[in-house]
Every structure is written in C-alpha cells, then in structure tokens.
Ligand binder design. Sequence first.
Ligand code: ADP
Ligand code: MG
Length: 315
Amino acid sequence: MAAPAEPSLAISARDLRKTYRGPPPKEALKGIDLDVPRSSIFGLLGPNGAGKSTFINILASLVTKTSGSVEIWGNDIDRARRAASSMIGIVPQELVIDPFFTPRETLELQAGYYGVPKDARRTDEILSALGLTEHADAYSRRLSGGMRRRLMVAKAMVHDPPVLVLDEPTAGVDVELRVQLWDYVRVLNARGTTVVLTTHYLEEAEQMCDRIAIINHGEVVACDSTDTLVRRLDEKEIALVLDHDIADVPAALKRFNSQLSGPRRLVVRYRPSETRVEEILAAVGGAGLRVVDLSTFEPDLEDLFLSLTSRSNAA
Ligand code: ADP
Ligand code: MG
C-alpha cells in the first residue's frame, strides 16, 4: 500500500533494537519507541554512547537493525526501502567526503544517485545557501573541516527530502558556522522540512527544538515538548537575603524545605505544583523577617538531563 502523501509522523520507530555483534556484543538500542511529528524540529539528546548515532544510522541504512520497525514518511524501511530513503536526508556524525570531487561534482553525483532529473537539480541554490559557492569548484580535499561539514549538509539535501537528520552537526564547528547552520535549519523548517538533530549543547536544543527525546543506555527516558520537559522537574528555589543575621531557620519556615546558607541568607526549595510562593513569603513576613533582596532559581534542560541520566550512569 502506498504511503500517504502527508503523514502526520515524519519518523516512527517501534521496539527498535540493535545489538552490535562484537565481541563483546553490545546492546546499543534496547527497544526504542519514537515518533517524530511532521514539521517539528526534534532533538535527540543523550550522553556519549547512548545510541543516538545508532538510531540515526539505522534510518540512513548505514547500520542494520536487529529487530523492530521504522517508518520514514509512512514508508517502512524494510518493505519500502527506496521510498523511505527518498524521503530523508542524513548528515552522519562521521565526515565522509570524496576528496577527488569538487563540491559541485559531489552534489551532482548525489543528485544522480537519487535520480533527480538535471532540470530539477538545485545545485547552485544549495551551494549558495550553505556558503559554498566560492569553493564550489575546488577539490574537496582542500576544504576545511567546517566547509566539509557544510558539504555534508548540502549533500543530504539534493533530493529535497521532507525529513532532514543532522547527527551532531555543530560538534567541533566554529561559532559562525553554527549560527549559519541553525539559521538555515530554521529556514528549511519554516518551509516545511521536518528536522531531527542530535547535539551535546543542551542550550542549543532548548532554543532550537520544539520536541526533545532523551536517550540513555539505548532507551528513551523522556520524550515531550521542550516546554513540558523543562517544566517537569517541578522544583524551584528562592533565596532571600535578610536585613539582619539569624541563628536558625524560624519555626514558621520549618514546614518548608528551608535552610540557612549564610547568616542572612535563607534558601527555600519548593514544588510549584504544591506550594505557592506567596505562602512562603507570608511565612517569612509572619516570622518578622525583612527581606532586602530575593532571587529565584529554576532548573533548565541541563538539570533535567542530568537528573534523568545520572542515576543509571552510576549503576
Ligand atoms: P551516541 O551516538 O549516542 O554517542 P552510538 O550510537 O554511537 O552512541 O553508540 C552506542 C553504543 O554502541 C556505544 O556503546 C558504542 O560503543 C556502541 N557501538 C557503536 N557503534 C558500534 C560498532 N560499529 N560496533 C560495536 N559497538 C558499537
Ligand atoms: Mg553519536
């Protein structure tokens, strides 16, 4: 059966498993269920060795899955491999380019590989979008690392796939390229391309991605909208600077998780879902304390990431 023209899911994986043969054998994916909604910028986060590249390389047919199923744009990668691969462009983590072709030739060859007719090719547009025009006819072996990365991205786009996957595109890349790359990813996404990316920079993921899956030891430990994930820790901290020294936490504040972190500095940790900040401030006033300064702290994605991945890492 033909896949729908516009499926609601760009990628859908069910109970996806991969054990590398070894020796010793390595269970890199332990039953991944993952849905990437169409039109999203989807972040795949996880510590080194979590299985991110394995997942992506299965999509790219660079790694053979052990079991489970994957659909790309509604096409099962076993039953409709060609259709599936025509719907996705992948920039692998490892940079592999043919040093003896120029960027222009590289793109033309890739377009030929995907059967893009000559008059439908967008070689110049893509070269220009990635700042490669000047180097279009230089041998690729002369390109800097940053330029090679650009060429890899360009290569993934020659067949104008609705899904673009970038595996650590900004690792070891200079700031200028990073900014340019993300700008371009946003442009593509605004035009309707679904983007999946992995990155080590959590702040980057928080800014770029509307949904995030966190992978650890080959399992999805969290998958949600970025906003929900960031809110999920449900822990806030309020630090109060008092106008005079106190020796102990006042009785009225003992029912909160509070402690002195200096003679005039009182820190209260609370769950916003259970405690309203007014209750804390009322108790502070009721204890006869005057506050001269106040600051708050709330966890960000990095804290969530650490709390989700540290427990099992320690095991
Ligand atoms: P990530 O991209 O999240 O850093 P990978 O998918 O590269 O993680 O690796 C997941 C696990 O699988 C790691 O323990 C890694 O050492 C192992 N692994 C990756 N590729 C191979 C391979 N070709 N052969 C054996 N083990 C591998
Ligand atoms: Mg990787």
